[in-house]
Ligand binder design. Structure first.
Ligand code: FES
Length: 171
């Protein structure tokens, strides 16, 4: 975490209260629950800006660097705002040799979004990630927690259509 003063007063008070309530229910050494607390914080706030990471660090009596190390290590944590559906395409070796770059291209083209950006409708964020440990299913992409294996560029059309369809159902 960069060494700068982080303003925690800009964080939504109601959401912080909810996070505090969650932390207060934890047993034992609260620092051991760091990953769960970060999941909860991300669920509430949508992502984990650095001032929120520092808030969590203080609450759990951990260093800001320790919390930031965990946030940056796991690809399911986001330090920046993300779309409702986070699409991650694995660019690890096994996936790359099986055409992950073509899958990523297809995702970018269908969502009209470049990697590390949010689509104009706010639905999709595109990321390329390191090996997610499912090499047997290469090439692999995920949408939020759902894993898609042996993905061909043409399969991407159906996957994107599915998530767009969910939105239409909800509206
Ligand atoms: S290289 Fe993609 S899951 Fe391992």
């Amino acid at each position: 975490m960069k060494n700068k003063i982080l303003d925690m007063t800009t964080l939504d008070k109601t959401l912080l209260k909810e996070l505090d309530a969650y932390i207060n229910l934890l047993d034992g050494d609260k620092g051991e629950h760091l990953i769960h607390v970060l999941h909860k914080a991300q669920e509430l706030f949508g992502y984990l800006p650095q001032n929120l990471q520092l808030y969590v660090a203080r609450k759990l009596d951990l260093s800001g660097a320790r919390v930031n190390g965990v946030v940056t290590f796991y690809s399911f944590f986001n330090e920046e705002p993300v779309g409702k559906y986070k699409i991650s395409v694995c660019m690890g070796t096994a996936c790359f040799v099986k055409g992950a770059d073509k899958v990523l291209e297809r995702v970018e083209s269908l969502t009209k979004t470049k990697k590390n950006e949010i689509s104009e409708d706010g639905l999709f964020t595109i990321k390329d990630v390191r090996c997610i440990g499912a090499c047997g299913l290469a090439p692999v992409m995920t949408v939020n927690d759902k894993v898609y294996g042996k993905v061909k560029p043409n399969d991407v059309d159906e996957i994107i259509r599915y998530y767009r369809g969910l939105e239409d159902e909800n509206n």
